[in-house]
Write a protein that binds this ligand. Structure first.
Ligand code: NAD
Length: 276
């Protein structure tokens, strides 16, 4: 099985991550093994799951069946909010579900700041990273105030912050904060989760037509050229393949600019301050 020609990004941990991966949020646990097997066959080598998705076991079965060498894969999972008081126990359970002896990236899923547990949870993730069972650790849905709180503790720097980011919600302020710190941005909901039509945004359809690509492919290409790490989800093998067919064209600076100007500060998912 040939891997897609995704570029890699070197994280501040020294480990490389394929910039384009495959996400499995809302993939039915009963279908996960088949769908992830499709993605691996298409050539994805980076998989993004989470304990709360309930499908780590299916991801693990697809990996085991694929015969792909473990070191060729990059696997991310996440610490759920209710487990912030026991990151070590939750991490062990995730490893067992996945059938792996290490993950490439382990993230705190949400700060859930009102609970007051994320700073200690971060110390737990640092210990897991030091043990080598997570090659890199990071956070998700953290705002600058949450990052400031964990950075004040010193120790390992989060490798990434995985946040909602798509053409209608480009998160420039957060990206400007993270960039100089060497914390890479992962875009969740890179296609707006299908909650709005990408071709409603000014200029997107014209760019897609000019390249003979879909607006979804243009959006994925935009994330890649912006230096973002991205893992669109689809349950259909055809779309899984389409979403990886983004390495035979390039957006010009003018086209990137058109997409930048399409930002509407339009969140489609939950606000980190409201998830508690
Ligand atoms: P997404 O933006 O990837 O959108 C997925 C939806 O877009 C699909 O259900 C489908 O309706 C549509 N779609 C996909 N490919 C298409 C195509 N080629 N043509 C037309 N429509 C297409 O949304 P997502 O799944 O929420 O985000 C991607 C991944 O990010 C998730 O699977 C998960 O791994 C991660 N995620 C993380 C968080 C977090 O809090 N950390 C939250 C949400 C998602």
């Amino acid at each position: 099985m040939t891997a897609i020609p995704s570029p890699t990004i070197t994280l501040n941990s020294g480990h490389d991550i394929p910039q384009l991966g495959f996400g499995v949020f809302k993939v039915d646990p009963d279908e996960t093994e088949r769908i992830v097997s499709d993605a691996l066959e298409v050539g994805y080598r980076h998989l993004d799951t989470a304990k709360i998705y309930g499908n780590e076991a299916g991801v693990g079965r697809a990996i085991a069946k694929s015969g792909i060498a473990r070191e060729e894969l990059f696997v991310t999972t996440k610490l759920w909010n209710d487990d912030q008081t026991d990151p070590e126990g939750a991490f062990q359970r995730s490893l067992e579900e996945l059938g792996l002896d290490y993950v490439d990236l382990y993230l705190i899923h949400w700060p859930v700041a009102e609970r007051g547990t994320y700073v200690d949870a971060w110390k737990g993730l640092q210990a897991i990273a030091e043990s080598g069972r997570a090659r890199s650790v990071g956070v998700s849905n953290f705002q600058p105030k949450h990052l400031d709180a964990i950075l004040a503790e010193g120790g390992i720097l989060p490798a990434v912050n995985q946040v909602e980011l798509h053409p209608a919600f480009q998160q420039w302020e957060l990206r400007d904060y993270l960039g100089p710190k060497g914390i890479h941005v992962e875009s969740w909901g890179p296609l707006g989760q299908g909650k709005y039509e990408l071709n409603e945004l000014p200029g997107l359809q014209g760019i897609a037509d000019a390249h003979g690509k879909s607006v979804q492919q243009v959006a994925i290409r935009w994330h890649l050229q912006e230096g973002l790490i991205v893992f669109p989800k689809s349950s259909s093998k055809e779309r899984i393949a389409q979403n990886a067919d983004v390495f035979d064209f390039e957006l010009s600076d003018d086209e990137l600019d058109v997409i930048r100007k399409a930002d509407q500060n339009r969140r489609v998912g939950g606000h980190p301050d409201e998830i508690n």
